[in-house]
Design a protein around this ligand. Sequence first.
Ligand code: NAD
Ligand code: IPM
Ligand code: MN
Length: 440
Amino acid sequence: MRVSARKPYNHRRHARRPLGLLRTPVASLTALWRYYRAFYTSSKSALWILATVEYALSYYSYKLIRTHVTHFKMCVLLFLTVEQKKRIAVIAGDGIGREVIPEAVNVIKASGAAVELTDFDWGAERYLGDGVTVPPDGFAMLGRDFDAILVGAFGDPRVPSNIHAKEILLGMRFKMDLYANVRPVRLLDASLCPLKGIEPKDLDFVVIRENTEGVYVDAGGVFKQGTPDEIAVQEDINSRKGVERIIRYAFEYCERHKKQDGSPRKRVLMCDKSNAMSYAGGLWQRVFKEVGREYPQIAAEHMYVDALCTQMVRDPRQFDVIVTNNMFGDIITDLAAGLQGGLGMAASGNIHPGKTSMFEPVHGSAPPIAGKDVANPLGAILTAAMMLGHVGLAREAEKIEGAVIEAVRQKKITQDIGGSLGTREAGEWVARRVSQSGPS
Ligand code: NAD
Ligand code: IPM
Ligand code: MN
C-alpha cells in the first residue's frame, strides 16, 4: 500500500502561529486590491487576467474553510467600501474650448470629486498635424474605458470643411448612439435675463433634443453641381424607433426630475413643423399621442416651432419639458441660451442611459474671441457639474452649481455677462469658492 507523502494539514499549528494565519488572507487581499486596480483603471486585459489568477491562487492555497468564508466576506466588504473613481475623458477641442475646459477641470478637482481625468488631443490642431480626426477604435475606447466624456467645442477657420468637427462631435453622438441631447434652460440670477421681470423661478425648463437622426444624418446629395440646374437634397430621417425613444425619454425625464425650487415637473411639449412637413411631423404627432397616453399624470402639449420661438421670448414661464427633433433642438437652444445670459451660460449632456455619455457646453469654439482670455467659462463649468451629477457625484455637482450662482451674484464674471474678469480669473474664483465650501 502506498502512503501519501503529503503531510496532513495541521490546524493546531496554524492556531499557534497567528502571523502564519494572517499571511494568506493578507496576500489574498493584496491580490484583490491589484485585481480591483486593474479592473477599474486599466483596459489591458492581460493585467486583468493576471490579477484574477493571482487572486484565485492565493485564495485556494489556504485550506481552512471557515477562514475562507470570513476572508471572502472581508474581500467583499473591501470591494464595496473602496472608493470607485469615475473615469472621465476630457476633449477640450478647438478655440475657446481650450480655454474653458481647463477651468472646468480645475473646478472638478477643487470639488474633491473622485475622478480620474484623461486628456485627449482630438481637434483641429491634431487633424492639421497628422490628418487624424478620431484614432482607430476611438469611440469604442471611450465607451469601454470611461464613465463620461467632457468636451469643449470643435470648429476652426483653418479647417473650412469642418470635417474634424463632424467626425468627432457628430461621430460621438451618432456612433455612440447618444440619442438624448439634454439642454437645461435655467436662469441663475435675474440680472442675466434680457427679458423684463423674469426671475430665476420663471425660467426653468429643459429641451430634450433628438440627437441621432433628422437632417444631421448626412443623407442626400447634389445633382448637376456647378450648373444653373444644380439640385441639392438633404434628407430628414425620422425613424419610428428614434422618435419613440426620445419622446419616451422626455416623459421619463418629466416624471423623474424636479424643478430647481423642488416642485414637480408636469408637462411635456412636443415641438415640430407638422403643418408644413407632414410626413416627419405626422410620425412625431402619432408617436407623441401614443406615448403620452402611457403617462396620464403628465400634460402632453404641442406647439409649432415658429410659434414656440415667439412664446419663448414673450413668456418663457410657460415651458417645462420640450421635446423636439435634432435641428429644431439646435436652434431653439441657442435662443434659450440668450434668455440665460448668452451662449457662455448654457450646459448640455448627450446621453444614452446606461452608456458612456458626453457633456459639452452649448456654445461653439467662438473663433473671434478665442485666445483672448475673455470667454465665459461658466457654461463649461455647469456642464462639468451636470456630468458629475450624471455619474453619481451629486454633492460635488451641487457644490459647483452653488459656487457658480455665487459668482454671478457677486459679479465675479466675464464681460459677456456684465463682469470684468478674464476666463482664468472667473474660473479660479469658482474653483476657490468650491474648495472653500468644504468636503463633499
Ligand atoms: P459660437 O457658439 O462658437 O459663438 C457665437 C458667438 O457667441 C461668439 O462669437 C461669441 O461672441 C459668443 N460666445 C459663444 N460662447 C461664448 C462664451 N463661452 N463666452 C463668451 N461669448 C461666447 O457659434 P458660431 O460662431 O456659430 O460657431 C463657431 C464655430 O463653432 C463653428 O465652427 C461652429 O460650427 C462651431 N460650433 C461647435 C459647437 C460644438 O462643438 N459643440 C457648437 C456650436 C458651434
Ligand atoms: C451644437 C452645435 C452643433 C449642432 C454643430 C457644431 C454641428 O451647434 O452642439 O449645438 O448643430 O448640433
Ligand atoms: Mn448649436
